[in-house]
Design a protein around this ligand. Structure first.
Ligand code: TRP
Length: 430
């Protein structure tokens, strides 16, 4: 069981993929986080590809837990959000102040200050373009949707997914439904209607992703299923299916699909579809359905990024200050931490020259791999390390210089970014 509130580190990504049905990222997206497999898995990302290819609207949604400092590990999520924004995504970011209150006891006022000063100002300085950032505690549409979604969520399910117990507080029970609503409510009519939605997360968030995908499906009248015999559509609900079937058949025929109707089974079989047409059909039917069902959601897609290793090995944790670099760190301080990091190097320079280092287990190499888009450069660092031409001392100094340059640049931009904050907040703050 993956529990998003216990802070373990997961290294066996292949096993995770197998156990939880997370899929490969092969051939999707030519961004270094994908091509270097730092995004190691995904769910239904083909919906996002489809939307981009067909110039259809799509969403990118994420949330930030305003609990401390934004660190390099959090940066990767925003790098992805910026990438999807550049591909045309409508970007929405939730400040999870209800969740930080529920799970860490952080007051709303404190959460607000942390979110703005430690996170959002850095997002803007990194280059995120204007988008919709909101506080969970202030977003009525999201809260109302969460209330309705909880009608389709029961305790035994939450117990199974999260290991919640009878003694768990209702606040804790609420958090996953709120998060589902963060992601799903952007598909309400008011926000543009049903559209594919990508949610970049760490793998610890997968239980939330599974729950929100299930919930999305439970509200759909038209359920599109890939079967051996082709694609079928099932009409959910207790109502007379005739009208739903007839309307769907009408629009499917317009799209040149041949259909076989079975009113008794509440089903439509499509006889001339290609296997990958399920996405197209799902989107067509969601757009039909939205006119009589405001809770029409296309199941959200997700990417799962690897957790960046802490500079001391193990996890990046605010309880080990030297294990992580915060985006608000003084550049000199960051340099010091990098110079004191553990590496994948050998014990002596002679051994290193002879046998080479091991960049695959090196947090310093990760600084290059996760934070430098230049493939040629990063490959060279890797090869030099493996081949014994690169020594840890100078490699650390070089990494420190790169990161400190990035931090200096952010620092210079922060004041100006603060003046732009109202272009990002849904509820203006100043
Ligand atoms: N639970 C997430 C975290 O701990 C934060 C979060 C809240 C979130 N709402 C979200 C993440 C919606 C992705 C999508 O970091």
């Amino acid at each position: 069981m993956i529990n998003p509130w216990s802070s373990k580190q997961y290294f066996d990504y292949e096993k995770l993929k197998k156990d939880f049905g997370i899929e490969n990222t092969d051939n999707f997206f030519n961004h270094y986080l994908f091509t270097r497999k730092l995004i190691f898995g995904q769910r239904s990302i083909s919906y996002i590809e489809f939307a981009i290819k067909n110039k259809m609207p799509f969403n990118a949604v994420t949330g930030l837990m305003p609990s401390g400092e934004m660190h390099l590990g959090n940066k990767i999520t925003i790098d992805q959000m910026m990438y999807f924004q550049s591909l045309g995504a409508r970007v929405t970011i939730a400040v999870a102040d209800l969740e930080s209150y529920a799970t860490r006891g952080i007051s709303f006022e404190k959460a607000r200050n942390i979110a703005i000063n430690n996170y959002i100002v850095n997002y803007i300085s990194m280059g995120l373009k204007p988008c919709n950032i909101y506080f969970q505690s202030e977003n009525y549409d999201m809260q109302k949707t969460a209330y309705v979604l909880s009608n389709e969520t029961n305790m035994s399910e939450l117990k199974a997914i999260y290991g919640l117990e009878d003694s768990s507080s209702i606040l804790h029970v609420n958090a996953p439904i709120i998060q589902a609503s963060d992601v799903l409510h952007v598909q309400l009519g008011k926000y543009g209607g049903p559209a594919p939605t990508i949610v970049p997360v760490g793998v610890d968030q997968d239980p939330h992703i599974r729950l929100m995908r299930d919930l999305a499906q439970r509200y759909r009248i038209y359920n599109v299923k890939k079967e051996n015999t082709g694609i079928s559509v099932y009409i959910r609900g207790k109502n007379d299916p005739h009208e739903f079937i007839d309307r769907a058949v009408e629009i499917l025929s317009k799209n040149l699909y041949k259909t076989e109707i079975n009113y008794e089974y509440r089903s439509i079989k499509i006889s001339n579809s290609a296997p990958e047409d399920d996405i197209k059909i799902d989107i067509i039917l969601a757009n039909l359905e939205k006119d009589f069902n405001d809770m029409t959601f296309i199941g959200p897609s997700a990417t799962f990024q690897k957790l960046e290793t802490g500079l001391k090995g193990g996890k990046m944790s605010s309880s080990v200050p030297d294990s992580l670099i915060s985006l608000n760190d003084d550049p000199k301080e960051a340099e010091r931490k990098i110079k004191n990091a553990v590496t994948g190097g050998k014990k002596t320079i002679e051994e290193q020259k002879q046998f080479g280092g091991n960049p695959d287990i090196c947090p310093v190499f990760e600084l290059y791999a996760y934070h430098n888009p230049d493939n040629e450069y990063v490959t060279r660092v890797y090869d030099e390390c493996k081949g014994g031409a690169r020594m840890c001392g100078s490699c650390k100094a070089e990494a420190a210089e790169n990161i400190s340059k990035f931090l200096k640049d952010l620092k210079e931009k922060r004041d100006e970014s603060m003046t732009k904050i109202n272009d990002y907040l849904m509820n203006k703050s100043l």
